[in-house]
Design a protein around this ligand. Sequence first.
Ligand code: S3P
Length: 449
Amino acid sequence: MSGHGEPTPMTAHAAGPLTGVAEVPGDKSVSHRALIFGAMAVGETRIEGLLEGQDVLDTGRAMAALGAEVVRHGPGAWSVHGVGVGGFSEPEDVIDCGNSGTGVRLLMGAVATHDMAVTFTGDASLRSRPMARVTDPLALFGTRAVGRAGGRLPLTMVGAADPVPVDYATPVPSAQVKSAVLLAGLNAPGQTVVTEAEPTRDHTERMLRGFGAEVRVEPAGQGRRIVLTGRPELRPQTIAVPRDPSSAAFPVCAALIVPGSDVLVPGIGLNPTRAGLYQTLRDMGADLAYENAREEGGEPVADLRARFSPDMRGIEVPAERAASMIDEYPVLSVVAAHAAGETHMPGTAELRVKESDRIDAMAAGLRACGVEVADGSDWWTVTGRGPGGVPGGATVAARLDHRIAMSFLVLGMAARARVTVDDAGPIATSFPIFADLMGGLGATLEAVA
Ligand code: S3P
């Protein structure tokens, strides 16, 4: 839903080591897709381990507004009675996607090839984000979209009554754009083709295949070409959602920088299109080990063990790794602040159009906490102060961005003086149990009255 009421400041300060098992919630990307594809199959899809964060709940509500039956049976246990490809009905009211770029962009794709009008909106963060990257390719199917300046929300999409298939090369590395085009292609005749210059997360392709669609993926230069045959009959599935590697990043990175820590994060998704952070941390000298690697529900998973790592060094993070760790740069910059030397992060222009301008938000907060940061339009560099060397002692702005809020709380767990975020409310969009989980490991997080 748009907005989340009064700001709720929260503070973190250094305490004892973090130890124990961190059971992080289900993967946000997989959860959105499980609800959407479930709604486009004929019959009942069962989902276990669904992330019950606000972003995903908003997508569930949207599916119900489009005609699917979405039922919660218990914690993380949901079912979706789908209406079949092409079966959505026109919603009676505006669809409010709250804070979720993934939610709104995937939904625009899903409705684009239905003969109906749908109006989308969201919170102040989402209303400031670019949507032309999705409405432009959707126009090729015959869709019309009318939004505010720059294609921003609120926006009304008039779906194509007689869609044609599309062959589209994504101009930015974005799984949301790729997925929106593939979702629209589901209800177009013939073959819809998406080419991406660098591989982005492939949950859509994997899940579409699981639901019985014909999806061919071919290498294309450094990237991939995805060919989807339209108008399949999607068969309902039972989906076990892996734990979210992007959420796991917070307890893992906290363990690396808080002296004496030893944390196990069981069952996290390690799809190679998502695992860039963990490779980067190892390259920096982090004590990280994968245990018990296995496959669950079409996605690779493993248990990840992280121990305090006092000897981490700054590195040059390869630009071509950016897509596989795009959501993890904020918390990586916190680790970089505790490492020795510079960490340079090129190829990160997309960070400027996330829930906030994440380079700017992190640079401002890190500087306020005594860490040197340099930045340009598509790069940033953090000069590490070594273990125990970050002064902290500031109140920083979360800018309606869950990952900025959590990153600065992690910073506060290892800084010399406490760090306060002005609003921890957005954390509920992706990791509603963050404060309890970190507290259970030994962190000291306090709501500020
Ligand atoms: C997501 C794709 C990424 C990521 C977001 C989730 C997805 O966005 O930042 O949190 O589930 O497809 P982009 O596609 O804009 O890179």
